[in-house]
Ligand binder design. Structure first.
Ligand code: NAI
Length: 387
């Protein structure tokens, strides 16, 4: 069938299999052109199908020659309904790995569940023995815990209502959006979903089953961003969860010190992914940031970020490049003073009339459509495809 984008708010309900395949091939090509990273050999990636997790898997496989196991939660196609992009990405990744003689096994299901942990552990035991890197890159709206209770995350502030400029994606206008303050219960729920509890559960289960090498590293991803977005991000409900994630990194390192298994958080750059497009205020910041960073020739996508993380910050050949706050930072270029000054200057004057001049709205939409396999160069969208 011919697959076209169907955009509803911040989500596209269709995905193009050939476009997704091309995206994966492009990322693989990017990594293969770069120098080999002497790093991990056997890698588990949780949240491996899109965004930062997919880029991490591609970097470790094609940049380090690592065997990878990936876990993601994606919908298959049914009838006229296409699968989700992550489904096609994973299929394409598996094919690329096979072509290159790399071990790859992918699981589609709930990473929060005990069953998934057991299945993955069994596979590590049978196929790899042990892993030496675990990437935790889940972004989920809900999590069902062992007791059968489902927790839902919310994107709200924690102190008081917060009003800020917002880009209405439907009509390219700018107006104020107010983000309400969360209840204590909502904060705790968001921590349950996006905090580090499940990361620790994974590490406990893996170490208990003796499938983690000594000196192994585990890394999870976070975001801080500028003061402007603090109320909705860093100091919002999601920020509280990220604080828990950072504390969990320290807890992992302390708990498994005898095996020198270390937990880290990497603070990444703000990028258009399915997770970030859903946060109010953030898309406008992204479009301005893209404009400024592209003009300075320092713009990066997920694959550039993850290649830099693994080559320049983690597997440096010497010590890990950890900053004073104990975290790894590939948001360093985003947070550069000259970049932030220009972004804030634009933020102050941007309105519905000058939006297209001051913000890279095209860059935002390009990334958005690419995520679902649309508008990808070299793909003929008039052709019938098997979904
Ligand atoms: P994404 O939405 O592209 O990827 C999320 C991944 O999690 C997908 O592979 C999805 O299948 C998987 N997943 C979701 N629920 C699952 C479940 N129950 N079981 C198994 N897999 C599940 O998100 P993105 O943006 O790559 O986020 C990954 C991490 O990076 C998150 O922790 C996010 O907060 C962080 N981050 C994102 C930034 C951004 O601007 N996008 C910036 C800095 C950090």
């Amino acid at each position: 069938m011919i697959v076209e984008p169907k955009v509803k708010g911040f989500i596209c309900t269709t995905a193009h299999p050939v476009g997704c395949q091309k995206n994966v091939e492009n990322q693989v090509a990017y990594v293969k052109e770069r120098k080999h990273i002497e790093g991990a050999k056997k890698v588990l990636v949780l949240g491996a199908s899109t965004g930062y997790g997919l880029a991490s898997r591609i970097t470790t496989a094609f940049g380090m020659g690592a065997a990878t196991i990936g876990v993601a939660f994606e919908r298959e196609a049914s009838g006229k309904r296409t699968a989700t992009p992550g489904y096609y990405n994973t299929k394409s990744f598996d094919e690329e790995a096979k072509k290159n003689g790399l071990y790859a096994k992918s699981f589609n299901g709930d990473a929060f569940s005990v069953e998934m942990k057991e299945q993955v552990i069994q596979t590590i035991k049978e196929d790899l023995g042990k892993v030496d890197l675990i990437v935790y890159s889940l972004a989920a709206p809900r999590r069902t815990t062992k007791d059968g209770i489902t927790h839902n995350s919310v994107l709200k502030t924690t102190e008081s209502d917060f009003t800020q400029k917002n880009w209405n994606l439907k009509d390219d206008s700018i107006s104020d959006a107010t983000i309400p303050v969360a209840t204590q219960e909502e904060i705790q729920e968001t921590i349950k979903v996006m905090g580090g509890e499940d990361w620790m559960d994974w590490m406990d289960a893996l170490v208990e089953a003796d499938v983690v090498e000594e000196n192994a590293i585990t890394v999870a991803y976070s975001y801080i961003g500028p003061k402007l977005t603090y109320p909705i991000y860093h100091e919002g409900t999601i920020g509280m969860a990220k604080k828990h994630l950072s504390d969990s990194a320290v807890a992992i390192t302390n708990k498994y010190a005898s095996k020198n298994i270390r937990g880290y958080v990497s603070v990444n750059k703000a990028l258009v992914t399915q997770a970030s497009a859903a946060i109010p205020v953030v898309p406008l910041y992204l479009a301005i940031l893209y404009k400024v960073m592209k003009e300075k020739n320092i713009h990066e996508g997920c694959i550039e970020q993850m290649y830099r993380l693994f080559s320049d910050k983690i597997y440096t050949g010497m010590q890990l490049c950890v900053q004073e706050d104990g975290m790894l930072h590939v948001d360093d270029w985003e947070m550069r003073e000259d970049v932030q000054n220009e972004v804030m200057d634009i933020w102050g004057k941007i309105n519905s009339e000058n939006l297209l001049t001051y913000a890279d709205t095209k860059g935002y939409w390009d990334d958005f459509y690419h995520m679902f396999g649309f508008q990808v160069e070299g793909v003929d969208y008039t052709l019938d495809v098997e979904v």
